[in-house]
Ligand binder design. Structure first.
Ligand SMILES: *Cc1c(COP(=O)(O)O)cnc(C)c1O
Length: 226
């Protein structure tokens, strides 16, 4: 089942890339494996998947220990400062930085381990009460502050779009995130790259690809309901 699902999702991404006039293969699929057993990840790995997403630090660390080391682990869930020490060195990319205090903690840990950490800034595009993330209008300020940390490198922006009936309803948020990243890129801030846009989930990844996503995060569509 996982193999068929992966094929379907990859084909949908390919088609959306083409329709949007984007290069084939420009978008990377992150298989969101949270709550799913190691055996299912191994199955996806056997199909060629190397990017996996987890939303809890402990679960990411447990899976990291037992699975092949060429997997790129994406931390996509909210990160508490007291968990930073466990995930630095294991996560390939932290998608959920939304405060200077969190970024400073990551810097502290990176320095201690003499390593570099790549992060995305999580933006709450629809200003939903229930969601983490910085507001769009506060994003540039946060980027400027985080950019001063020498071992933390901003690679782009991430958003978790609202739950909607029709994926087209989220086009506005994807479009606005893309525009925000273009605006920030034009400021040429040192130590900041705006090459990555992490947006789109099972319900709306096709739309997100059309609106410029570079990573889509798909769980249910690959591994089934949680
Ligand atoms: C769970 C999760 C996903 C995947 O959601 P699906 O709807 O199952 O594809 C994507 N992004 C984040 C941040 C998540 O927590």
């Amino acid at each position: 089942m996982i193999e068929e699902n992966l094929q379907y999702v990859q084909e949908t991404i390919r088609r959306a890339e083409e329709e949007a006039g984007r290069k084939p293969g420009e978008v990377t699929l992150i298989a969101v494996s949270k709550t799913k057993p190691v055996s299912m990840i191994e199955e996806a790995y056997a199909c060629g998947c190397r990017d996996f997403g987890e939303n809890k630090v402990q679960e990411l660390c447990e899976k990291y220990e037992v699975l092949p080391k060429d997997i790129r682990w994406h931390l996509i869930g909210h990160l508490q400062r007291n968990k930073v020490k466990y995930v630095v060195g294991k996560a390939f990319l932290i998608h959920s930085v939304d405060s200077l205090r969190l970024a400073e903690e990551i810097q502290k840990e990176a320095k201690k381990r003499q390593t570099q950490v790549d992060v995305l800034i999580e933006v709450n595009m629809a200003a939903e009460e229930s969601k983490f993330g910085v507001l769009p209008e506060e994003t540039e300020n946060l980027v400027r502050e985080v950019s001063k940390l020498p071992d933390v490198h901003i690679k782009g922006l991430m958003t978790i779009a609202p739950v909607v009936e029709k994926p087209e309803d989220n086009a506005i948020h994807f479009h606005n995130l893309k525009q925000l990243s273009v605006d920030i890129k034009e400021k040429n801030i040192d130590n900041v790259s705006m090459s990555v846009l992490s947006m789109g989930m099972t319900g709306d990844y096709e739309q997100a690809v059309k609106d410029g996503a570079s990573y889509v995060r798909v769980g249910t569509g690959i591994f089934g309901e949680r």
